[in-house]
Design a protein around this ligand. Sequence first.
Ligand SMILES: Cc1cc2nc3c(=O)[nH]c(=O)nc-3n(C[C@H](O)[C@H](O)[C@H](O)COP(=O)(O)O)c2cc1C
Length: 212
Amino acid sequence: MKIDSIRNEYSFSGLRKQNTDDNPFNQFEKWLKEAIDSNEKEPTAMAVATIGTDGFPQSRIVLLKYFNENGFVFFTNYLSGKGRSIESSPAVGLHFFWPLLERQVRISGVAEKTSKKVSEKYFHSRPLESQVGAWASEQSKEIESRDYLEQRFRKFSSEFENEAPSLPPFWGGYNVVPQKIEFWQGRENRLHDRILYKKLSNNEWEKIRLAP
Ligand SMILES: Cc1cc2nc3c(=O)[nH]c(=O)nc-3n(C[C@H](O)[C@H](O)[C@H](O)COP(=O)(O)O)c2cc1C
């Protein structure tokens, strides 16, 4: 298969430092909104990179569910591969790619568990089957077969036939408190725009331009 000639030029837009918001969360909100409006299929999907317990970095896609000045929140199984990695090393990277807009956003920060209240509220907002699925899936564990998984789903479905599923003790959110947020806009001739926000010790954000 020949792939070395696949090459796109990026010319959709540009990013000037003076046109970016001084607050990176406002800038993120603006770009996320534009990604949603542009009909990206999964605008809230982001790669979460963690440092594995074996020392190797690993990333996987999850869905961003909330964000504000306190951080970026996703939900998962705390006993999964990523959950165990975060418990041993809470430094994480988040990475959004919005190809229709020729944009990426990279965030690095420190993950902390959300409160049980936040996890509970989100858990109960999910479709019933997803709540049961969270109970049924021992995420990232080796299992013997598809049948085993479906059996567990049926078992928990009948357990929760007459009562709403409770929040599993092993399931909830992580809030990533950012230290750096970089906005990347593809440009002509690979002379892309990169604006990096760095959090200073006084909690203000410094904004700099990086070479592409
Ligand atoms: C579009 C998309 C959205 C996903 N959203 C989530 C999510 O919000 N939470 C989650 O735990 N896994 C999500 N997954 C599955 C993860 O990518 C991954 O397979 C799973 O969390 C196990 O990863 P781990 O073994 O590294 O913990 C999603 C996958 C895709 C492709």
